[in-house]
Ligand binder design. Structure first.
Ligand code: GLU
Length: 452
């Protein structure tokens, strides 16, 4: 069994989604079940509705699960296992107060030593503290495991001191609930972020003390870096899955990129389904992967190219498949759904209104839009000419040269004075793809496009 174990304490991070994707792929490749486990052990930090958001996003990315578990439903079982460990003497009540431990921590710091809990402190405050926690006895021996990505990882004998498994309110800690549930649901391969490397020996120790000796494989994913090469944090937009979607990146392209980054793959552009044939977790680089938004834009364009024109039109809010074909031409300069939509919508916008808006924003607009304002008079005149032409003739089958020739003759404009206004009237922008490429589609809608 493979599992994805998100905490419903915040928005889904790009790194979390990457772990979900990898676990899902491994489950499919190994013909095993995939468990979605909502790790809601931190009652204070749980946020209402985040579990549903996570499920919605996973579905959007094509990730389905065979089994859904809320960890809090298993609290009674976690407690039973803790009691069992206490009865064997492998776990014990610790009455140390937070203040006591804080002092010990300060003392260790003053001695320039790492803080280690000492079992002899457990009952020093028994009389004054009615709310003990339960700790599992630390390891006397060195511990190690082999990570599919990082190789062998070792922990010295004193590194795993006795740690809390049940908090003072009887709620299990992350490590305990996680280890018990991985055992209960027969999880045998765990893929998660590398921030969990230090938890792994603790979870192994819990299994050992519960006499559970199934070998579990681990793959800890290197952190993601932002485009400046620093650890990606919540402040980086690309760290938020929702931000990527809101910016017009396709789920297909995002999944593609999460599988591609820091990996050796046989090709660059693929679907989640296609990656099942060759994905190899052992090929993920040990070094942190840098999130390159330009690469994601490239993949987004590639996935748009794979769309059929009708679907693309619908995605943009139009019904004719020819609008999908038009959108594909704009992939030369637009990468996200939002950018493409802006281009297509502007074609059909009322150009007089666009001009009026540009004049209002005169101070802030870019040079390409300034160019449009320079030709305001010519634009208005050419629009009249084109509308007259449309009254007289049906251009839906004409080629661009005929249309252009007639418009040029009737308007008597030449060069830039003709082409800039023409491009603006047909597309709403001063620059863009070749008009001769766009025209075979634009000609079908000239009345809509040129209406005043
Ligand atoms: N709830 C943990 C997290 O979201 C899961 C860690 C794990 O996969 O064990 O980081």
């Amino acid at each position: 069994m493979l599992r994805f174990a998100p905490s419903p304490t915040g928005d889904m991070h790009t790194g979390n989604l990457r772990a979900a994707v990898f676990n899902y792929i491994l489950a499919k490749q190994r013909g095993e079940k995939f468990l979605l486990r909502i790790e809601d052990t931190d009652m204070q930090r749980n946020i209402e509705g985040k579990d549903k958001d996570i499920m919605f996003l996973l579905n959007l990315f094509g990730i389905t699960w065979d089994n859904l578990v809320y960890q809090s439903n298993n609290f009674p079982r976690h407690r039973q296992f803790a009691e069992y460990l206490i009865s064997k003497g492998d776990a014990f009540y610790c009455y140390c107060t937070k203040e006591f431990l804080e002092n010990k921590r300060e003392e260790a710091k003053a001695r320039h030593e790492a803080f280690r809990y000492e079992d002899s402190w457990a009952e020093l405050e028994k009389e004054s503290n009615p709310k003990p926690v339960v700790r599992l006895r630390g390891s006397q021996n060195a511990m190690k495991f082999t990570d599919c990505i990082k190789g062998e990882i070792e922990f010295a004998p004193n590194e795993i001191d006795s740690f809390v498994i049940l908090k003072e309110d009887g709620i299990p800690t992350y490590n305990f609930a996680c280890a018990v549930d991985d055992m209960l649901y027969d999880v045998d391969f765990i893929v998660r972020g590398e921030d969990h490397v230090s938890n792994t020996p603790k979870q192994m120790l819990i299994h050992k003390n519960l006499n559970y000796d199934k070998e579990i494989k681990f793959a800890h994913l290197p952190i993601l870096l932002n485009d400046e090469g620093k650890k990606m944090s919540k402040r980086d937009n690309a760290s938020s899955v929702q931000w990527l979607l809101d910016s017009g990146f396709l789920p297909q392209a995002i999944v593609n990129y999460l599988i591609l980054m820091g990996n050796k793959t046989p090709c660059e552009v693929f679907t989640l389904q296609e990656s099942l044939d060759w994905f190899d977790i052992g090929k993920i680089a040990k070094a942190p992967a840098r999130f390159d938004i330009d690469k994601l834009k490239f993949l987004n364009r590639e996935h748009f190219k794979r769309f059929n024109e009708q679907d693309l039109a619908v995605l943009l809010g139009y019904k004719d498949s020819s609008i999908g074909a038009l959108a594909k031409i704009y992939l030369q300069e637009a990468s996200t759904l939002n950018e493409i939509r802006e281009k297509v919508d502007r074609i059909f916008a009322n150009k007089a209104l666009v001009l009026a808006q540009l004049s209002l924003q005169n101070q802030e607009i870019e040079s390409q839009e300034q160019e449009i304002l320079e030709f305001k008079a010519e634009i208005e005149q050419l629009q009249k000419v084109l509308l007259e032409m449309l009254e007289e003739k049906d251009f839906t089958r004409s080629d661009f040269n005929d249309f252009k020739q007639q418009a040029m003759e009737r308007s008597a404009f030449k060069g830039k004075k003709f082409f800039k206004p023409l491009r603006f009237l047909l597309t709403g922008f001063a620059h863009g793809p070749e008009l001769s490429d766009l025209f075979p589609i634009l000609r079908l809608y000239l009345k809509d496009i040129l209406r005043s």
